[in-house]
Every structure is written in C-alpha cells, then in structure tokens.
Design a protein around this ligand. Structure first.
Ligand code: HEC
Length: 190
C-alpha cells in the first residue's frame, strides 16, 4: 500500500493534480478528470472469448465463406494453404497428433498441432487479425474464418456451421496437451 501511495504521489506531482487523496477511504484514487464510460463503450471493448466459449457473440460462419475471406485477407501473409508463410504457419498436423515440441525444436506450431481450444482462435482472430487492420471483421466473418482454419487443419467437415454452440464443442487435437497452471506464484504447487 505504501508503494501505491508513493507512485500516486509521483504521478500527481508530474500532472500537478490538486489532490490524490481517496474520497471514501478506499483504494480508488480520483484525479478529477475523465468520465465514467458508457455501457456501449464498455461493450465495444468487452470482446474476450474464454476457452469454454463464454463471450462468443451471436452469428455463424461457414467454411465456404471463410475460405474466400482467407484468400482475400489472410493468404498474403500466411500462404495460400496456411503453410507457406511468410508469417505464422497456421495449418498442419503432426503424425498421430503427437506433441514433439519439447524434444524437437524444428517442428513449427500450428492451429492443428498446438492450439488447445477452438474458441480462443475466435478471440485471437477478432482481436488481432488481419494484422494491419484488426477490429474490422464482423462476427459472421470471424466465425467463417475460424471454420475455414479448422477445416484446413482437418478438424471439422467442409459443411460444418460454426456458432456459439458448435465452436466450443470442437475438440482440438492438442486439447489434453496442456494443464491448468497450479503453481501458487512461484515453483510451489497448490
Ligand atoms: C500483414 C500480414 C498478416 C495478415 C494479412 C494476417 N496475418 Fe495473421 N499473423 C501475422 C503475424 C505477423 C502473426 C504472428 C503475430 C505474433 O506472433 O505476434 C500472425 C498470427 C496469426 C495467428 C496466430 C498463429 C499462432 O499459432 O500463433 C492466427 C490464427 C492468424 N494470424 C490468423 C489470421 C487471419 C485469420 C487473417 C486474415 C483475416 C490473418 N491472420 C491475416 C500476420 C498477418
């Protein structure tokens, strides 16, 4: 707590604030500027999708539409089939879905051989891609791109429809290759 107070004091000195004392004795410090964000502003930023699918929006997507979007907006960086690059390789399975990353550093991770959840692929694509223009894809487009990427990795069928119900039900090949981090904060196990 002392450290927080010192930091607040320094920030305030820099900004020449009148006072950085808490109004109500809580840890919330008010600097006398800004305003409460509106519900719409919060909703626009509240886009995270959890591994269990919490946060997935309404809408749906098809492999067919996703393939067209991929060709137009993704292939220039990830390659025509998702394997060629020049940037991140997205497609490819390891024979028998083995997980050789700990012993063979030449194996490149992809969606098909490494990602434990299909849902977080939605989160990642919506948040970050296309690389130079993130935030421009509509929900149906992201569902379609995710469908195409899963299809290209031989995980779903060509006629599969992806939406908030079907996407969390997709079992990824690397699903059981990760464990929940059960450390307490250091090396100690909970
Ligand atoms: C201008 C180049 C560019 C374009 C266009 C682009 N990407 Fe990417 N993509 C990248 C780069 C670079 C990374 C690696 C980012 C990093 O590691 O921080 C990446 C990473 C990814 C990953 C994560 C791969 C992994 O396993 O870590 C996914 C998924 C992805 N892109 C999907 C897409 C999709 C879908 C599109 C089209 C909507 C797209 N990208 C368009 C450059 C691009």
């Amino acid at each position: 707590m002392a450290k927080t107070q010192v930091t607040v004091g320094l920030v305030c000195a820099a900004l020449a604030c009148a006072s950085a004392e808490t109004d109500d004795g809580s840890d919330v410090v008010r600097f006398g500027f800004g305003r409460e964000p509106s519900a719409a502003e919060i909703a626009a930023l509240d886009i995270d999708v959890m591994p269990d699918g919490t946060g997935l929006p309404a809408g749906s997507g098809t492999v067919r539409r996703g393939m067209a979007l991929y060709k137009a907006q993704c292939a220039s960086c990830h390659g025509a089939t998702g394997r060629e690059g020049p940037y991140g390789r997205l497609v490819g399975r390891v024979p028998n879905d083995e997980f050789p990353f700990g012993k063979d550093r030449t194996v490149r991770s992809t969606i098909g051989n490494y990602w434990p959840y299909a849902t977080t692929l939605y989160d990642y694509v919506l948040r970050t891609m296309p690389f130079g223009n993130p935030g421009t894809l509509e929900a149906d487009e992201v569902y379609s791109l995710v469908a195409a990427l899963l299809y290209m990795n031989d995980i779903i069928a060509e006629d599969a429809l992806m939406n908030a119900e079907t996407l969390p039900a997709v079992v990824m090949p690397a699903r059981d290759r990760f464990v929940v981090d059960d450390r307490k904060g250091g090396l100690e196990v909970r």
